[in-house]
Design a protein around this ligand. Structure first.
Ligand code: TYD
Length: 191
């Protein structure tokens, strides 16, 4: 099973993925963690480029979309193999991040034609202000505007693609329990 957590920056994906990985491991599942951008040379280039002051400009975003697609394509074989071995693949972001963050749905879908779709997407949804207050050094008006749009887009995608939406304004434990309640029945577990 390929499970992915999505959400705007500061939504708490990393913390929740750690807790989720530990819980699934304790329940006896073999868990493989991945994240996008990955740790490949392309992923490292992306992380470097994201620090550029022009990172939110249109042409820059288009270039990033191509890099994100290339980086993602590199890990698809790994995901397929892990799934064949009945391992749980837990991912921080997926193809849907590109649909939420970059513009041009049709083009994004084309360049990601080799990307596997997660079996389950959980969207951590929260107020943009709260998310920004959790991220150091990113409290500009442009940042808020940008993330407001990304959040809106995520909620549209949730409707279109059947993501499970979790209220991430809550505390860490409550969010973890909400996520467990979504995943348990899909893995044949009772909690
Ligand atoms: P993030 O999950 O915040 O990584 P980390 O916390 O490890 O630095 O992802 C980095 C940024 O990349 C984040 O702002 C979202 C953005 N992003 C896209 O714009 N498109 C994509 O396809 C992906 C995977 C990420």
């Amino acid at each position: 099973m390929y499970i992915c957590l999505e959400g705007i920056d500061g939504s708490g994906k990393t913390t929740q993925l750690e807790r989720l990985g530990k819980w699934l491991g304790d329940c006896g599942f073999a868990v493989t963690r991945i994240r996008e951008p990955t740790d490949s040379p392309v992923g490292m280039l992306i992380r470097k480029m994201l620090r550029s002051p022009s990172a939110q400009e249109e042409s820059f975003q288009r270039t990033l979309a191509l890099l994100f697609a290339a980086d993602r394509t590199l890990i698809m074989d790994t995901i397929s193999k892990e799934k064949e071995m009945k391992h749980v693949v837990l991912s921080d972001r997926s193809f849907y991040s590109s649909l939420a963050y970059q513009n041009g749905e049709e083009w994004i879908t084309q360049i990601n034609r080799y990307a596997l779709k997660p079996d389950l997407v959980i969207l951590l949804d929260l107020e943009t202000e709260t998310a920004i207050s959790r991220c150091e050094g990113s409290d500009s008006f442009e940042e808020k505007n940008f993330l407001d749009n990304v959040r809106k887009r995520y909620l549209e995608l949730a409707d279109q693609h059947g993501f499970m939406v979790v209220n991430a304004n809550n505390g860490v434990n409550k969010i973890h329990n909400d996520i467990k309640r979504i995943i348990a029945p899909k893995m044949g577990m009772c909690i």
